[in-house]
Write a protein that binds this ligand. Structure first.
Ligand code: ADP
Ligand code: MG
Length: 480
């Protein structure tokens, strides 16, 4: 087939430009045909697709264009068996190699199954230190592993996940802006990157701008200093179809940047360009942020992410272990998920650390090993929730906004939730009544005292109240 030979030429050309890693990546890619200027490719997984897309396709497409005079498009499909990969799989991506971590009979092998010892001076993967653990360098600030496929959905993040899919142009309504908030390490950045990956895959011509708010501030300041404001403005107002701003709380107190951002927001929003924010707080809780910005943050949808439930933590561990090719016994998974409750980043970090350590020591990760490691490295208070967390969990439970809890609203249901939150804070945290008063919208300490007493009383007399408290305590985890 004529097309196939053209494709083969393009492949040979691309290989000649980057011989080192070509085989690795193209062993995960299959050519499914070429018609009407569209090249159909299949990738073994999302990760391979992203990588090849980024690193090889520009060269490949340039070659095809030079030969045919057409601009070619790529149609990707992802997953499934590859019967005829473009390259042989001799040199798979280095991180794809097993580090075995198991309850089973086999310890980590000192020389793994890469095949004959390699001629270069890289040590076998299983002997590499922790740094060999995971991902490739980030692409334009995007982590290739933060995809929807790698995101575990549970009750705690369902809304945020669905909203992110919608914002990426998938099923469901598209809210603009979308404001994702929640505590640290709960997957906000992961979701935003997933949106970017999805849009890039489905609408490659869309101009996506992903920046942390910190970077936005720095760029702004630099543009001011160097008299390049018009360039800066055109970057954020005109040359942008999707704006993703991570950790918007960083704009706090940056008055001038807020002003600039306000105009960028308006321009984009008016042009119906999708905007997504992440933040560690709800809009109303952001301090030293202009009111008009705070109100705009809530124009679309505010979706929060809570700490994951046990089942979700288990599923996340399984997914990460699978991605990192770590073989982990069920009882170890469960133990880790039960012990590390505060955030996913910590959960993941512990998993990777255990894997690395077991590999270095040549010791299996059984329950004992996991216990020892965790006892040695976690401080007893590390998993404790703060007032913020308790307020968030209570609001989620009663379907209120945190701002309601802090407000002067005396509606019965709101006041009840507020009292419950105060009670839980008093039970679980070492805060004084005046401290709690301040944390609940600057209330008097006597208000907190009477709220706590009231809930204490209701707990023993009203089964409904007891049920609410027990459910909330389950969500917050044991208080030890
Ligand atoms: P945040 O931005 O909220 O602080 P991140 O998005 O950086 O948190 O997430 C921290 C780590 O936890 C990342 O490695 C991310 O992949 C992982 N993570 C968080 N939530 C999930 C989830 N639901 N499924 C899979 N991984 C998750
Ligand atoms: Mg983040």
């Amino acid at each position: 087939m004529q097309h196939e030979s053209l494709w083969n030429e393009a492949v040979a050309f691309t290989r000649s430009k980057s011989p080192a890693s070509f085989e690795q990546w193209f062993s995960g890619v299959q050519f499914d045909g070429m018609t009407d200027g569209v090249v159909s490719l299949r990738a073994r997984d999302e990760f391979v697709r992203e990588w090849v897309d980024q690193h090889f396709l520009p060269t490949l497409l340039d070659y095809l264009r030079s030969q045919t005079g057409w601009s070619m498009q790529i149609a990707w499909s992802v997953g499934g068996e590859l019967e005829r990969p473009v390259a042989s799989s001799r040199g798979e991506p280095a991180e794809g190699r097993a580090r075995t971590l198991s309850n089973g009979a086999h310890a980590v092998r000192a020389t793994d199954d890469v095949g004959a010892p390699s001629a270069n001076d890289e040590p076998p993967v299983s002997r590499r230190p922790v740094t060999a653990k995971t991902s490739a360098p980030p692409l334009e600030g995007l982590n290739p592993k933060y995809t929807f496929a790698n995101f575990v959905v549970g009750p705690s993040n369902q809304l945020a996940h669905a909203a992110a899919i919608g914002a990426a142009g998938g099923v469901g309504p598209r809210h603009n802006p979308l404001f994702l908030c929640g505590g640290t390490g709960l997957g906000k950045t992961h979701l935003v990157h997933a949106v970017a990956h999805r849009i890039r895959a489905e609408r490659p011509q869309s101009r996506i701008l992903y920046v942390s708010a910190e970077k936005f501030v720095n760029e702004f300041v630099q543009a001011l200093q160097e008299n390049r404001m018009s360039e800066f403005r055109s970057r954020y107002r005109e040359r942008c179809d999707v704006l993703l701003i991570d950790d918007i709380q960083f704009l706090a107190s940056k008055t001038q940047t807020q002003e600039e951002f306000f105009h960028a927001f308006n321009a984009l929003h008016q042009a119906d360009k999708q905007i997504i924010f992440t933040s560690d707080k709800y809009p109303q809780q952001l301090e030293r942020m202009e009111e008009r910005l705070v109100s705009r943050f809530s124009w679309g949808l505010v979706a929060d992410i809570q700490g994951p439930e046990l089942e979700t933590r288990v599923a996340i561990l399984r997914k990460k272990a699978q991605m990192e090719q770590i073989d982990l016994a069920d009882e170890v998974v469960l133990y880790l998920a039960q012990t590390i409750r505060s955030n996913v980043r910590e959960l993941e970090g512990t998993l990777i650390r255990l894997a690395a350590k077991s590999s270095l020591l040549g010791r299996l990760v059984d329950l004992d090993f996991a216990r020892q490691e965790i006892a040695a490295t976690t401080s007893p208070r590390a998993n404790e929730a703060g007032v913020d967390d308790i307020q968030r969990v209570v609001c989620h439970h009663f379907k209120l906004r945190t701002s309601d809890l802090l407000s002067k609203d005396r509606h019965k249901s709101i006041a009840f939730a507020r009292h419950v939150a105060m009670y839980l804070c008093k039970q679980r945290l070492k805060c004084s009544f005046p401290e709690l008063g301040r944390a609940f919208g600057n209330r008097d300490h006597t208000t907190v005292m009477s709220a706590v007493r009231k809930v204490q009383h209701l707990r023993t007399t009203d089964p409904d109240v007891r049920a609410h408290l027990e459910a909330l305590e389950r969500k917050l985890g044991t208080n030890d």
